[in-house]
Each structure stands twice: as C-alpha cells, then as structure tokens.
Design a protein around this ligand. Structure first.
Ligand SMILES: [Zn+2]
Ligand SMILES: [Zn+2]
Length: 175
C-alpha cells in the first residue's frame, strides 16, 4: 500500500512512502512521524543519539552518494535535521514547491485573502497563486542545481541528481 503523500521521517529525514518504511506505535499501528529505523513499538530505537551524531551518519551517506566534501555534507544534513520534529521540538512544514522550511510566519506565502499559506513559502506563492505558475520541473532543477553545487561544493552532475531526487518528494512536482 502506498500512502497519499511522501512524508519525511521527523527524526532522520528519510522519505517514507511505503507502509513498511513507517515505524510502529506500542499498539502496533503505524507511526505518523517516524521511520522504521528510528522508531519501533512506540519508542526511538536509539533514544540517546544526538543531532550531531545523526548528522554524521546522514552526512557520511550523502557525501558518498553525491561526492560532497564530508564537512559540508554533515553541516547541510544538520541544517535539514534541525527542522524535524525530533530536533526542533515541533513539526515545521516544508514548502511543497521548493522545500524551504516555514519556520516563521513571514516565511509562508499568502492566500488571496491575505492569510498565510500553510503549504508554500513566500518565494514560491503570493496572493493565492504561484509566483511562477508556468515553472516546469526541469526549469526548477536547472535553477536549484547551480545553487546546490555552489553551496555544497559538489560536481554539478551530482547536484542535478540530488535536486531531481529531492523535488520528486515535493507535492508540486509529483505527478
Ligand atoms: Zn528515521
Ligand atoms: Zn517555496
């Protein structure tokens, strides 16, 4: 069974879309928030792990997969982790178009009536519509790839792969 949308584990950030990737509560139901590696039978599998240790593990994997210098990969991973419920203490919504965390009110876009969007950031969405409604997935990849390559010091081929993977987890870009 596939769930309706991809969710990221709120402890390690792993995208979860198949039932077997979700952790379990004490009563055997699936966890809303955590993956099976982080959370089983209603408890964290590694309750003492710190965000730095988690960033080292995740950063190490990212570094290998995408040819990113290890220190940059760890730093980036920690930045991503710090927006997750386990580490932030609350669930922070990510923009469904670009993935930016909506950590503060002013990060959120606006609806037609001036209220804050619960789904999109202010760079992607204003006055009830996308800032660039015709932007295609390919164009978005083309735009974010050089930014990622520069930020993480990685080859642009790898950055393109990473951005493409990442966008495919965001609702705006999924079929
Ligand atoms: Zn996890
Ligand atoms: Zn956005």
């Amino acid at each position: 069974m596939k769930t309706d949308r991809i969710r990221a584990c709120q402890s390690c950030g792993m995208p979860m879309n198949a039932e077997e990737q979700f952790g379990t509560e004490a009563d055997g139901t699936l966890s809303e928030d955590y993956c099976t590696y982080c959370y089983r039978d209603g408890a964290f599998t590694n309750p003492g792990i710190t965000i730095d240790e988690m960033a080292k593990i995740g950063g190490g994997m990212m570094s290998q997969m995408y040819a990113i210098p290890l220190d940059k990969a760890e730093e980036f991973t920690k930045e991503q982790l710090s927006c997750l419920k386990r580490w932030a203490g609350r669930k922070i919504t990510l923009c469904e178009s670009c993935g930016m965390p909506l950590a503060r009110d002013e990060d959120a876009g606006t609806e037609g009536d001036g209220s804050r969007s619960t789904r999109y950031c202010t760079y992607c969405y204003r006055d009830g519509g996308f800032v660039e409604p015709d932007l295609t997935r390919e164009q978005a990849i083309g735009r974010y790839t050089p930014m990622m390559a520069a930020k993480l010091g990685m080859p642009s081929e790898k950055a393109k792969e990473m951005v493409g993977q990442y966008l495919s987890t965001l609702p705006r870009w999924r079929e």
